[in-house]
Design a protein around this ligand. Structure first.
Ligand SMILES: N[C@@H](CCC(=O)N[C@@H](CS)C(=O)NCC(=O)O)C(=O)O
Length: 234
């Protein structure tokens, strides 16, 4: 299999949604060939019929969109399920929507100003234009409210905070795709921004540190933007 993902400065593999696919592939014990693409280079991924990564290519099958990839891998490699059956798939879809509609829009404005420095040089103009269009304000104005954003994030994460005080993972005793979905946001921020999003004492911070150790420290092997303080909370 081949996984197309973004590559930043210093060949940093930072794509938020590709980290979901990366963790899903690890869960299924598949080591794909990684194909880096530039954020602005839509020609390189035109074969997929879309303009975003991740894209998974498996022989003559091309699957675009992290959720479609997650479903494809679960069907193709049903052993070691990360959805836990039909109802689990539905609940995981709900969790992904919560992450994508609540957590990503809260985190992105806080870290985008730092990300600009870590995308590939050729992507910087595209990155700024794209995100300023999404935010409806400059990256500087978006970052000006970081401290308020942090408090909002703490409130939004309360369901996860409470759940993780009762059980080690969002999925229960062991991690599943719902964990990878929330994890991808904090891994993205960890790789790209030194800004501390989570309090050290929070159960989400402890869970994130634990997620970094999975699969022999697969995710932690990618250094944090602030690697002197690599607790997974920046
Ligand atoms: N719903 C898509 C979202 C994918 C997405 O937004 N990917 C980002 C990278 S994390 C991207 O390729 N952005 C390119 C762009 O915005 O031009 C998925 O889950 O795969």
């Amino acid at each position: 299999m081949k996984l197309y993902e973004l590559s930043g400065a210093g060949d940093l593999r930072y794509s938020l949604y590709s980290w979901r696919a990366r963790m899903a592939l690890q869960h299924k014990a598949i080591s794909p060939e990684f194909c880096p693409v530039a954020l602005h280079d839509k020609q390189a991924i035109a074969f997929s019929g879309g303009g975003t990564v991740p894209i998974l290519v498996d022989g003559d099958r091309t699957i675009r969109d992290s959720w479609a990839i997650a479903r494809y891998l679960e069907e193709t490699v049903p052993e070691h399920s990360y959805f836990g059956g039909e109802m689990g798939t539905g609940l995981t879809s709900t969790l992904c929507s919560w992450v994508d509609r609540s957590i990503v829009p809260c985190v992105a404005p806080m870290v985008a100003i730092d990300i600009e420095q870590r995308v590939a040089t050729a992507d910087r103009v595209y990155f700024r234009d794209r995100f300023e269009q999404i935010f409806g304000k400059t990256l500087e104005d978006a970052a000006a409210n970081r401290d308020k954003g942090r408090r909002t994030l703490e409130r939004l994460l309360q369901p996860a905070e409470v759940t993780l005080s009762r059980q080690p993972y969002l999925c229960g005793a062991s991690q599943g795709y719902a964990d990878y979905a929330l994890f991808s946001v904090f891994q993205w921020a960890r790789l790209l921004s030194p800004f501390r999003l989570l309090d050290d004492g929070s159960t989400v911070a402890a869970w994130f540190s634990q997620m970094l150790t999975l699969f022999d420290g697969y995710a932690s092997a990618h250094p944090a933007a602030n690697s002197t303080d690599n607790k997974g909370t920046q």
